[in-house]
Design a protein around this ligand. Structure first.
Ligand code: 5AD
Ligand code: SF4
Length: 472
């Protein structure tokens, strides 16, 4: 058993990460058996689940979406807010009876939550039916842990700064749009955030390895890639190789994959060179997710965000000037300790000035082990909820306003799959990351098509396919 430790996780050294080859263990031990995988949290977790699926497939397990059919259940968890935590324990409570009915069922809990000592201890003490507990640093060892599973619970979670794995055998969810990790971990230590502890020190992948992965994705017919990192603009800072995110973006653009996206950007590390590269290459999509968190400089300081309200607004305006038509979305937290009505109004002021294309909004959730959790949470829940509601009303109004600008326009949409909005519909995203439901046959899935927008809603657009005829 190897328990994690948030104190240990805080340590940062200047040592370069070790680059290792993924184990990609193959075995027929589970031939004919099925796994059920549930993913909580961010895109990083979604992509980690593609790694988990690759590992399970290599052990000859096939995926089922029916929990009752599963021989192996894996929960890939998120620790960012308390509700993510509650959902996982709720799910474990509900599946306990399955284990009684099917004693050979293997239950695994992995990802961010077990990186917290309290969670690992709780799993040990109250959930002995969970067979395997793994963290974010040893996803790669899940195959080995499964092959060695026995009746004793195996908790293996490391509070290390983390390595970088190459040549991972992903089982990707899409054949057209792929996630590509460019870095792991985060060194920003925003005071409310658990991520630098659960995911470790910032570790950038070498540019050559990233370019090789993307070149192979292009050869496999992928139309879109999204570069992934907690803080992509800081890419390369830990490497001393003499290149940064602007250089990486430019080299990725030159590979010629039709659509390049990236998440998440931190305003602190956004350089003019990055904006120039995005503006220069038409295959870098005009869409930036730029978390604001708060519009009050006082709260931003308490959050450890390293920018002021004015600096955020200045960057926002520079993006709009340099990349015409760029859509910008954001993340905002309300009810951070000591957030007064005035502070909240500062947030509303930024929101009204920026008119974001969309925003993910959250009520502050104290995370054990972070500096903010030590500040007295002095805002009553009703006030936090009221602020969230006020904010959401404005955000939704703005989102609708942006969507209405698309009415009757023809836009390029990468069709990614069937739509939930009707049998004769497919769906996909515009270059600016607007979800569009399109009346079109399934044969368009995987294609970039021209779509005329016929209806605008707050969270999506409707459209129909436009076929240009060559009149000559
Ligand atoms: N409470 C509420 N929201 C949080 N986020 C991160 N940590 C917390 C927390 N403790 C939000 C931030 C971040 C997004 C991924 O989640 O807005 O950008
Ligand atoms: Fe968390 Fe801040 Fe790092 Fe984002 S930049 S992952 S909010 S510490």
């Amino acid at each position: 058993m190897n328990l994690p430790d948030l104190q240990e996780a805080k340590k940062r050294s200047n040592a370069k990460p070790t680059i290792k080859d993924a184990l990609n263990l193959k075995s027929s031990k589970f031939k004919g058996q099925k796994f059920f995988l549930k993913t909580y949290g961010c895109q990083m977790n979604v992509h980690d689940s593609e790694e988990i699926k690759g590992i399970l497939n290599n052990l000859n397990l096939t995926e089922t979406l029916n929990l009752n059919e599963a021989d192996v259940i894996v929960l890939n968890t998120c620790a960012i807010r308390e509700n993510a935590h509650d959902k996982v324990f709720g799910f474990l409570g509900r599946i306990k009876h399955l284990k009684r009915e099917k004693p050979n069922l293997i239950v695994c809990v992995g990802g961010c939550m077990p990186q917290q000592t309290s969670v690992a201890k709780l799993l040990q003490e109250k959930y002995p039916f969970v067979n395997i507990v793994f963290g974010t640093h040893n996803i790669n060892k899940l195959g080995e842990m499964l092959l060695n599973v026995n009746e004793k619970q195996n908790i293996e979670v490391y509070s290390i700064e983390g390595d970088v794995y190459e040549n991972i055998d992903y089982k990707r969810d899409s054949k057209y749009s792929a996630w590509v990790n460019i870095m792991y971990g985060c060194d920003k230590f925003c005071t409310y955030c658990i991520v630098p502890y659960t995911r470790g020190k910032q570790r950038s992948r070498l540019m050559a390895d990233i370019l090789k992965e993307i070149t192979n994705l292009k050869l496999d017919g992928y139309k879109e890639i999204t570069l992934l990192g907690q803080n992509v603009n800081a890419y390369g800072k830990d490497l001393s190789e003499g290149y940064d995110f602007a250089n990486l973006l430019e080299e990725v653009a030159k590979i010629g994959i039709p659509r390049i996206r990236f998440v998440t950007s931190h305003p602190w590390d956004f350089t003019p060179e990055m904006l120039n590269v995005i503006a220069k290459y038409p295959n870098i999509m005009p869409y930036i997710h730029l978390p604001l968190q708060s519009g009050s400089t006082k709260i931003l300081r308490l959050m450890g965000r390293r920018y002021t309200k004015e600096e955020y607004l200045d960057l926002y305006n520079r993006i709009k000037e340099t990349i015409p038509g760029c859509s910008i979305t954001t993340d905002i937290i309300v009810g951070f300790p000591n957030e007064t009505e005035e502070d909240f109004n500062e947030t509303l002021d930024v929101v009204k000035k920026c008119v974001f294309d969309g925003a993910y909004t959250f009520i502050y959730s104290p995370r054990e082990g972070t500096p903010a959790a030590l500040i007295k949470d002095n805002i009553p829940l009703e006030i936090k909820e009221k602020r969230l509601q006020t904010l959401n009303n404005i955000i939704n109004e703005h989102s609708l306003k942006h969507n209405e600008e698309y009415l009757n326009k023809i836009v390029k949409v990468l069709i990614t799959g069937p739509s939930e909005k009707g049998e004769n519909k497919v769906c996909g995203y515009t270059e600016t990351m607007k979800l569009v439901n399109v009346i079109a046959p399934n044969s368009t899935i995987g294609e970039i098509v021209n779509v005329k927008i016929t209806e605008a809603k707050s969270f999506s657009l409707d459209g129909e396919i436009v076929i240009f005829e060559n009149i000559c």
